[in-house]
Design a protein around this ligand. Structure first.
Ligand SMILES: Nc1ncnc2c1ncn2[C@@H]1O[C@H](COP(=O)(O)OP(=O)(O)OP(=O)(O)O)[C@@H](O)[C@H]1O
Ligand SMILES: [Mg+2]
Length: 256
């Protein structure tokens, strides 16, 4: 793919918490129009990487670029094109869904009439219109998650970073989010998401990166990953053989 189309690029991106290595030497790119899935075991460094890309965490070493802007040196320019859904979204419980989306639109300095129109449109799209004027306090987990994704789309970002966007969603809500992300990619947005759900990675992502103990151990399309790990048919097998460690091999042996 053409280098210039990278909407996210990391260069030697590294984070240590004290002496603990969370992420080391990440070099990868996510392009406009693609959905890039980030897989890795618990504690592998996915959230840390995403926080550095969106400018919430300062790298120990290396850089992250978003739409060509260094997120540390040009934070405002970088953040203006990013939509981010954190692992545990913080929503204002004492606002209604509609008020929250309008609040987010105001933060991005969107004109008032556009804020209202966009909020209404997203509430409809995410099936939240009936609850739009109830307090977020009263929302179910799935409704909160959909509100968080809707908020990330308010300013029509060119780059979407989503940390486990479908965690805890029922099939209908998960499908809705997947369809919307596919549409965003179809319009040229770079979608960078982390997930533990192999089916999402395999069926929905154009390319996949696997991170283990802070390091990128594989990157490519499903076909490329399959070719890399000869004989492994499913993504789950590829994932476990790259990240599983000896205990997994032992269990597999016992069960055979
Ligand atoms: N604030 C922190 N202080 C110290 N260590 C941290 C901090 N945040 C994360 N870590 C450590 O950094 C490593 C990477 O954590 P991270 O949250 O990025 O993993 P993850 O891949 O998102 O995991 P999960 O799948 O469980 O969400 C872990 O070893 C974690 O314990
Ligand atoms: Mg995480």
């Amino acid at each position: 793919m053409d280098e210039d189309r990278a909407l996210i690029r990391t260069v030697d991106l590294t984070k240590y918490y004290g002496r603990h290595r969370a992420v080391e030497g990440l070099n990868f790119a996510v392009y406009g129009g693609e959905i890039f899935g980030f897989l890795g075991p618990n504690g592998a460094g996915k959230t840390t990487t995403m926080k550095m890309i969106v400018g919430l965490l300062r790298p120990t070493r290396g850089q992250a670029f978003v739409a060509g802007h260094d997120v540390v040196r040009e934070p405002v320019a970088a953040k203006s094109v990013i939509g981010y859904v954190p692992e545990e979204p913080h929503l204002y419980a004492k606002l209604s869904g509609r008020e929250f989306l309008r609040f987010v639109g105001d933060l991005y300095n969107m004109p008032a009439d556009q804020v209202n129109r966009r909020a209404d449109e997203l509430l409809r799209l995410f099936d939240l219109d009936e609850a739009a004027d109830s307090l977020i306090d009263s929302y179910s987990h799935g409704m909160r998650q959909k509100t968080a994704v809707a908020a990330a789309l308010m300013h029509d970002p060119r780059v979407l970073v989503l940390d486990e966007p479908t965690a805890g969603l029922d099939p209908r809500s998960a499908r809705l989010i997947k369809d919307i992300l596919r549409q965003m990619a179809g319009r040229g947005t770079a979608v960078f998401l982390s997930t533990h759900i192999m089916e999402i990675a395999e069926r929905m992502c154009d390319r996949i990166g696997i991170i283990n103990a802070g390091q990128l151990v594989a990157i490519g399309t499903m076909e490329e990953l399959r070719a890399m790990s000869a004989g492994q048919a499913s993504l789950e097998d590829i994932f476990l053989s790259l990240t599983g460690g000896p205990e997994y091999a032992e269990i597999a042996e016992v069960l055979r």
